[in-house]
Design a protein around this ligand. Structure first.
Ligand SMILES: [Zn+2]
Length: 322
């Protein structure tokens, strides 16, 4: 959990992090959220500040207008009236939002989308999700489920997604999917060497051999390692990386057809690959765009604190527009 005291100007006054401890079950997770919120309120008062509102962001399905965390697989939350619980504990006006939409809110007002009217924020990490922001406000959809870009169909014959359907974008192009795909191909290539460049065991030094090392053992690779290996000229990594970038470009081209934004702000773990991601992604997107205008592709600026900052901005919003 990323937590902060944030000034009315969006400046972080104090930040702290706590383990979510989802394995303890949803009741304990909610207790921790309430304890941390109360702790921040007390900390602010002890420093002579006056906390005016509280903002909370959670992943999954969020009914922002009702203040209910409807469903969150990672946290085990089901129909939790989190806004009311936090309000009861802290006594402060409280807002509840969706983590990716809050990240987009912060990027569009304070980060890489600042000054841009129409922005799509796309978080590419263990999954893929997006937020569409117009004039600094995110649309949540009729059921709180807008922006699930990770679950558009891009490869009907592709790997099965966590949602149960084969071929979703996040089953092909998320950071986890890239790592999984490369690991699987490297293992099978290691067992039948000769056809492909095969990677060496990870952590073995800076040089990346271009020939087979069949002793992969149980190694699993991260997307960052795949990007490094692709940049170093390893054929298998290059293939996996190009396939993922192509699928991501398919997803973004679809999003552009739907939303016609000026800028797409790409965040999440995969964006840390920098030019290794953005250069080929920009070209692939350009190839796919016909009559739509090409959006600017920019890296997110606020890192993994974006959602936390966005929660503060949403809390300030409800003071102005209760
Ligand atoms: Zn899916």
């Amino acid at each position: 959990m990323k937590c902060a005291l944030v000034g009315q100007d969006g400046a972080v006054v104090h930040a702290e992090r706590h383990p979510t401890g989802a394995e303890r079950g949803p009741v304990a997770v909610v207790d921790t959220i309430l304890d941390v919120a109360q702790g921040l309120v007390e900390r602010a008062r002890a420093a002579g500040r006056t906390p005016v509102a509280c903002g909370i962001g959670v992943p999954g399905l969020v009914d922002q207008s009702a203040g209910v965390a409807v469903w969150s697989a990672n946290l085990g939350l089901r129909q939790v009236p989190l806004r009311e619980l936090v309000h009861a504990r802290t006594g402060l006006p409280t807002a509840l939002g969706h983590d990716v939409r809050l990240g987009g809110l912060a990027e569009s007002r304070l980060g890489a989308g600042r000054g841009v009217g129409h922005v799509l924020f796309v978080a590419v990490g263990t999954g893929i999700a997006a937020a569409h922001l117009v004039g600094g406000s995110a649309t949540a959809g009729a059921h709180g489920a807008a922006g699930e870009l990770g679950h558009i169909l891009v490869r009907p014959d592709g790997p099965r997604c966590g949602c149960g359907r084969p071929g979703c974008l996040e089953a092909v192009a998320s950071a986890s999917a890239i790592g999984r795909r490369y690991t699987a191909l490297a293992r099978s290539a290691a067992h039948s060497p000769g056809d492909l460049d095969v990677p060496a065991r990870p952590g073995g030094g800076a040089a990346i051999p271009r020939t087979a090392d069949v002793s992969l053992g149980g190694a699993t690779f991260s997307a960052a390692e795949v990007a490094d290996r692709a940049a170093a000229g390893e054929a298998l990594a290059g293939q996996v990386w190009r396939e993922a970038v192509g699928a991501l470009a398919d997803g973004l081209a679809t999003a552009q057809a739907l939303f016609d934004v000026e800028a797409m702000v790409i965040g999440g773990g995969l964006a840390r690959a920098g030019a290794r991601l953005f250069d080929p992604l920009r070209s692939a997107l350009r190839e796919r765009i016909t009559f739509h205008r090409e959006p600017r592709l920019v890296a997110a600026a606020l890192g993994d604190e974006a959602g936390c900052l966005g929660a503060a901005l949403l809390a300030l919003d409800i003071l102005e527009r209760p």
